[in-house]
Design a protein around this ligand. Sequence first.
Ligand SMILES: Nc1nc2c(c(=O)[nH]1)N[C@H]1C(S)=C(S)[C@@H](COP(=O)(O)O)O[C@H]1N2
Ligand SMILES: [Mo]
Length: 437
Amino acid sequence: MSTKHTKLTVKDLQPAAGNGLFDRRALFKGGAALAAAMSGYSLSKSAAAETLEDAEWMITQGREVPAYGAPSPMETEAVGLLKRRSSGVIGQRRTPHHLLNGTVTPSGVHFYVGHAGLPNVDPDQHKLLIHGLVRQPLIFTLDSLTRYPMETRMAFVECGGNSAPFFSPEPIQDTVQALHGMSSCSEWTGVMLSTLLEETGIDPRAKWYISEGCESIAHTRSVPLYKGLDDAMIALYQNGERIRPEQGYPMRMLLPGWEGNMNVKWLRRIELTEMPGMTTGEVRSYADVLPNNDVMLFNFINEVKSFITHPSPGFMMNGPGFYEVSGIAYSGRGRVSKVMVSADGCQTWAEAALQEPVLPKAFTRFRLPWRWDGGPAVLQSRAWDEADHAQPTRAEILAWRGQSEKVPAVTSFPSHHYNGPTSWSIEPDGEVNNVYV
Ligand SMILES: Nc1nc2c(c(=O)[nH]1)N[C@H]1C(S)=C(S)[C@@H](COP(=O)(O)O)O[C@H]1N2
Ligand SMILES: [Mo]
């Protein structure tokens, strides 16, 4: 064990909140010594006490290295959850947040939502047209786009339907993958839309633009032009390699922090307009009907959200002692500024450590040391962003979003834009459940 850590004992540490949460600074001071002190056992046994046994893989030749690598074949669990549409086409894949750590979603388990399967786009034939209220309509090939200056940034993409199970009157028992898995974060590289609009010029009457995909159903969404000139990107690369077919190969509209549905994949056409197109995605699927029957038509920003991934449903706690509580926070308005965690069902709170770098409109990993006493506990996180928006309580979001009687009974509860909290109960037998507090 490293000797550079100060030896800490439990009584040196100030609990920051009820039911065993410790000050976040303890993470940086204590390290492994802290874990050992809190769990009441030594993390590494002395070498004299036990010898390591030879395993099969230590005495045989290793297997061949694939030209394109894949996760360990032992990681059979770390796969996306698939959901089929009635047509038989896979319509969704969800990210297994409970099996991941850090802030980047591996491309192979980036969530996927589509309505007509994956088009087999030939990059040499694919073209992007920018037209409408521009001075000079232009057509770009992949090759011509690659000659423009590019930018790289981290950004999450989240479906407006993510986390909808939390509107259910009774908590739905499932993994964080099933409940929050339609949100993922990648490093994206591409050409800023503003760069291309400098080339085409903009007619002063243009206030919106419409993006269209090239798959059989030609998915279409309207975007206010100010977003297009701010941080919209024609993304060509994802986590360093060409964007995956599921994410829109060979190019997608990336709108950092804005509703997934607007991030049009397999992008082929951008039309500058005076008015929005009033497409299915904006007037039907992603419009929220409020209890007073008002309809929120243009609800673009993914508001601040957080959820705990470790521990979470599916985990079995392995006895009382030290655990790291950790999870993901993000906001479509910018950086996450603070995450508070409770272990006693919101009676007391401790501030979590935010893993640096904290980037705008990207996943932020939060962590907090916790000593579980073996009794019942309820973990919940709550995040704030730099625009000073707080994640609402469940009561607040239900009061505001509720259920209109005029909503056709697709589901018995609202199904989009839930950014309230998530609470996990820890049962004395070690089971983790979804609960409402
Ligand atoms: N062309 C096209 N773009 C699309 C879609 C689609 O079906 N076709 N689905 C949208 C929806 S509903 C979401 S949530 C996001 C999901 O992005 P991802 O699959 O890369 O995670 O893509 C959006 N862009
Ligand atoms: Mo979506």
